[in-house]
Design a protein around this ligand. Structure first.
Ligand SMILES: Cc1cc2nc3c(=O)[nH]c(=O)nc-3n(C[C@H](O)[C@H](O)[C@H](O)COP(=O)(O)O)c2cc1C
Length: 355
C-alpha cells in the first residue's frame, strides 16, 4: 500500500480524526460539458431522481451535475425497464451503477457511453440490506481490490469519467487509515480520479438506510484531510449540506459539493447555483416560469402514457418557503391522483395557492 507520507504522520501523531424570483425563462444551453466536473451536483436518490425529477431540477440550473437513481447491473443487463432513458435537457448527467462484477460493470459503462451519459458512477455507499445481500454498495469498501478491478474494467470499456461514491467507513472499519487505503487502491490500481464522499460512515447491521443518513455523525474534516493527502484526486463532499453558503465554505477545501435531500425538497436552492458557483449570470426562469416549461413536458409525457403523479410528485417542493406552499402541495398531490386530470393541474394549484 502506498499511502501519502502525510497520512502516516497523522496516524503516528495520534491525530486519527480525521429567490424565488430568478430562475429559468427558457432552457436553451443544456449539456454544458464544462459543468460535468462535479463542482456542484445533485445526489443520486432512489425513488426520487428519476428522469422527470431531473428534467424539473434542470430548470433551476444549467450547470449542476445530475445523477440518476442507482441502477443495478442486473437490471440494466437483464431487466425489461428502459433504465437509461432521459431527455437531452438533463445534461450534464451521470448514471449511477450498483454491482460488483467487473465484466457486467464494464458492459454497463459501455452502454452508458453509447446512450450519451456524461459520467458513470459506482455506488460503494448504499447500506441497505438488499444491497448488502447482493454484495454491492457500502459493504464493498471492505473489498478495495475488487472495486479497483471493476473501475479498471469500466475505464477500459468506456472513455467517459468513471467515479466512485462512497462513505468514510463501514462498521468498525472506520479509521482514516482504512479510508486512505481504499482510496489509494481504487485510484492507483483502478485509475479512479473522482471520489464523492458521504462524510459519515455506514452501519451495515442495525441501521436502515434512512437512519444511516442521519445517525452516524458527519465528519467533514476527514474529507478535507483526504483532499490534502490525495491532492491530485477530485474529491467531492456530500452529506448534510443545506445551503449554498455552506457549499461555498466546503469549496474552499475540496473540489465539489453534492446535495441530496435539500435539493429535492427545496429545489429553489438550485436557482442560485449557476450565478454563485459557476459565474453564469444568464437569467433562469422564476418559479412560475418553471411551471410554463413543465406544462408542455407533462402534456407530451401524458401522451406517451406517463402517469401525471409520477411527474408532479417531484414538484411539491417548488414553492418551498413561499406563503401558500402548503396549498400548492395539497392541491397538487390530491388532484394529480384523480382520473382524467391533465397538466393544467399546475395552473389550478398555482391559483389555489395564490388565493
Ligand atoms: C430517498 C433517498 C434515496 C437515496 N438513494 C441513493 C442512491 O440510489 N445512490 C446513492 O449513492 N445514494 C443514495 N442516497 C444517498 C444520497 O445520495 C446522499 O448521499 C445522502 O442523502 C446524503 O446527502 P444529503 O444529506 O445532501 O441528502 C439516497 C438518499 C435518499 C434520501
Amino acid at each position: 500500500m502506498r499511502l501519502p507520507e502525510q497520512v502516516y504522520k497523522i496516524l503516528v501523531m495520534g491525530q486519527n480524526r480525521f429567490n424565488k424570483n430568478i430562475m429559468p425563462s427558457t432552457i436553451t444551453s443544456v449539456g454544458l460539458v464544462s459543468s460535468a466536473t462535479g463542482r456542484f451536483s445533485v445526489a443520486p436518490m432512489i425513488n426520487k431522481t428519476d428522469r422527470h425529477c431531473r428534467f424539473f431540477m434542470r430548470q433551476f440550473s444549467r450547470h449542476a451535475l445530475l445523477y440518476t437513481e442507482m441502477v443495478t447491473t442486473n437490471a440494466l443487463l437483464h431487466g425489461k425497464g428502459n433504465y437509461l432513458a432521459y431527455s437531452d435537457a438533463e445534461h450534464p448527467l451521470a448514471l449511477q451503477l450498483a454491482g460488483n462484477e467487473r465484466n457486467a460493470l464494464a458492459r454497463c459503462a459501455r452502454m452508458a457511453q453509447a446512450h450519451g451519459y456524461d459520467e458513470v458512477n459506482l455506488n460503494v455507499g448504499c447500506p441497505s440490506n438488499k444491497v448488502k445481500h447482493g454484495r454491492f454498495g457500502a459493504c464493498l469498501m471492505a473489498d478495495k481490490d475488487r472495486i479497483a478491478s471493476c473501475i479498471a474494467a469500466m475505464r477500459e470499456a468506456a472513455s467517459l469519467p468513471i467515479t466512485v461514491k462512497t462513505r468514510i467507513g463501514i462498521d468498525e472499519q472506520d479509521s482514516y487509515l482504512f479510508l486512505c487505503d481504499f482510496i489509494d487502491s481504487v485510484s492507483t490500481s483502478g485509475g479512479c480520479k473522482t471520489f464523492i464522499i458521504h462524510a459519515r460512515k455506514a452501519w451495515l447491521n442495525g441501521l436502515n438506510p434512512k437512519k444511516n443518513r442521519e445517525i452516524p455523525p458527519l465528519d467533514y474534516e476527514r474529507v478535507y484531510q483526504l483532499k490534502r493527502d490525495f491532492s491530485s484526486l477530485n474529491i467531492i463532499i456530500n452529506g448534510g449540506i443545506t445551503t449554498l453558503n455552506s457549499a461555498k465554505v466546503h469549496l474552499q477545501q475540496i473540489d465539489g459539493v453534492m446535495i441530496g435531500r435539500e435539493a429535492y425538497y427545496n429545489p429553489g436552492i438550485l436557482s442560485l447555483v449557476d450565478s454563485e458557483l459557476f459565474d453564469d449570470t444568464d437569467p433562469l426562469p422564476n418559479r412560475e416560469a418553471v411551471i410554463d416549461v413543465m406544462l408542455p413536458y407533462i402534456e407530451q409525457e401524458l401522451s406517451h402514457g406517463t402517469i401525471l403523479g409520477d411527474i408532479t410528485r417531484h414538484m411539491l417542493g417548488l414553492f418551498h418557503g413561499v406563503p401558500g406552499a402548503r396549498r400548492w402541495r395539497r392541491y397538487l398531490s390530491e388532484s394529480a391522483q384523480r382520473p382524467g386530470t391533465g397538466a393544467d393541474v399546475l395552473i389550478k394549484a398555482l391559483s389555489c395557492m395564490q388565493n
